[in-house]
Design a protein around this ligand. Sequence first.
Ligand SMILES: NC(=O)c1ccc[n+]([C@@H]2O[C@H](COP(=O)([O-])OP(=O)(O)OC[C@H]3O[C@@H](n4cnc5c(N)ncnc54)[C@H](OP(=O)(O)O)[C@@H]3O)[C@@H](O)[C@H]2O)c1
Length: 421
Amino acid sequence: MSVEVVKVGLLGLGTVGGGVIKTIHSQQEKLAARLGKRIEIVKALVRDAEKERAVQMGRTVLTTDFDEVLHSGVDIVVEVMGGVEPAYDYVRASIEKGCHVVTANKELLAKRGAELVELANRHQVHLAYEASVAGGIPILGVLRQFLRTNDITGIRGILNGTTNFILTKMEAEQLSYQEVLREAQELGYAEADPRSDVEGFDAMYKLYILAQLVYGESLPLAEVSRKGIADLTCGQIRIASELGYRIKLIAQANQTGDGIHLSVEPTALPLDHPLAQIQDSYNAVQLSGNIVGDLLFTGRGAGEMPTASAVVEDLAYLLTQPFTPHPVWKEREGAAKELSGGREQSLCYVEGAGPAATPDRVLQFLRASGVEVHKLKVQFDLGGVLRAGLITSGLHEEHTDLLRSDFGLQVRCFPLLHASE
Ligand SMILES: NC(=O)c1ccc[n+]([C@@H]2O[C@H](COP(=O)([O-])OP(=O)(O)OC[C@H]3O[C@@H](n4cnc5c(N)ncnc54)[C@H](OP(=O)(O)O)[C@@H]3O)[C@@H](O)[C@H]2O)c1
């Protein structure tokens, strides 16, 4: 029986592109049997064709010229090069030529996804992007295919493996952020320029995409409340742990009467919260559906093979499914940003050595200001520096400002989740 050959052009042959080649090669016979089609990579676009690579490609396959990819008779373009430009131009040109597109590029989707979805609909081609959110976890497919009846009332997750690795190590080995970052870079878990991960941009892009699928709209990126982990200290993590909490970089999307809220920020989770158990470079997505209740999906959110798995599963999907229009992506101005300090409960860390920096005076001030303090952990070091962690209700920015100005304290507050949230 003859097996149809599907020609694929690959944009990028780095970590993910290499994994895609390995997966297609190792799974070729099985894929041919299951899909009745054989995937052939006819062109692979790179920046430097002379570079040493983990996967060997024929010299005629590698190119540094996108037009060669576009005019090589490809049916599908797989974009795994990253960045917005020129990736946007290449994806747009591929769609306009009638090629289906698979991409792992969350930044491109979060910044130009609405245009690309609209263009793909106009040209009736698939635009598949499972690998762009939580790597190997097939969360987008689940949302698209298996949760059409449920209203998703909340979505939250650990969407960045690098920051989860750093926070896990800081807690387990009592190391500073800088020490763990250096180790993560040596192990290849963190980029030489780690800003996208540690400042929460990467998680924000993924959250943006999730919100489009779950709520049919997202917020402009500038309106997402975003805080990273680079200013977290070992002391904050230790006191949180003594209070029974673990700090995680949590991405959350919630729909309320006044719109959707999207936030990415270090959050205190009780140790028995399902997301507190997600350690090292693992990712997790927790969904609440009005019929199904809570669901938790976890797995490797990045890396060569988990990400390649999602890319090749997308390829297999679009080779077997007819085109159906993608729901359009919308952006809507959001409700006012929530401030961690104004939330119901927070874990507040204070540190300082001034004469007013005593637990009694801090407690007295907070109680007199109407702030409830549910739990307190205090440490003094030999130099008389106060370090305290407080679980509070009703703490607002005006209180934290006064703790800084009148008590000479450094203050860092984390929103707090309950075990059942
Ligand atoms: N790495 C992960 O674990 C992971 C997980 C999920 C999603 N993603 C996403 O997947 C994409 C690729 O990530 P990656 O880690 O595989 O990146 P990478 O290792 O840096 O590889 C990028 C590849 O694209 C090529 N490239 C980049 N810019 C180019 C340009 N202007 N023209 C031609 N070729 C260009 C590079 O060519 P050279 O090899 O010649 O430099 C390289 O082969 C990104 O969007 C990323 O966000 C990655």
